[in-house]
Design a protein around this ligand. Sequence first.
Ligand code: HEC
Length: 219
Amino acid sequence: MSSLTKISFVSIVILLWSCGFSTEKRRPQKIEDTQELREVKKVSEADIINKTKKLGDSITRKAGGVFMSKISKKYAEGGYQAAAKFCSMNAYPLTDSLATAYKVFLKRVSNKNRNPNNAPSEMEKEILEAYEYSIVHGDKLGSNVQFIRPGDTILYNNPIKIPSELCLNCHGTPDQISEEVRTILQEEYPNDKATGYKVGDLRGMWSLKFLKKEIVQGL
Ligand code: HEC
């Protein structure tokens, strides 16, 4: 072997070795690392979802209670015409300590919305459809959590059914809504679609947006 050939032979061996010719030793470690990563990720995603569900359930339960008591109180004070504007999120500053702490974006959406600002997004429409389907098939409805990808936002939804006849004073058939309330609704909401409901119907859903990093920090 000439010295030139010797040099090229040695450099080829070095090259092959450094390019992963001996990957046998490294491969098992690599697989373990990836598996470990996946496991960590899986666990933390499940934790994130559970935490979001718990927070969302608590926030919407409280908000629903606030709505009911405020509408009933305003009704007692001056009838449903007095209560009409208290079925709006705008009437309630975000005072829930959990919602504030987690910087939650809170709204209600409906396909048959009274306020066009409460129209669902494409993603929300699909979830509403799934809830409708469950109602038709007699399945139990529950809250739903999913990641909005790409990005770091988590969507929480919880169905809103018409729980009692109280709601029909403003969301029932025209004969169930007083003339005074109908006048207010026509003036304030010219494109109102939120009438004709009966008790047990799906009225819409809560739609909360959480930031993943806030949830992770709170874990
Ligand atoms: C006093 C009248 C009144 C009563 C009673 C009432 N609502 Fe409403 N509701 C309204 C008004 C007005 C809006 C539009 C609010 C806005 O501008 O965001 C609305 C909006 C909503 C929305 C948001 C979606 C949309 O249509 O814009 C939901 C959900 C809703 N109501 C559910 C209920 C439920 C459930 C009850 C019974 C617990 C109820 N409402 C009782 C007047 C009423």
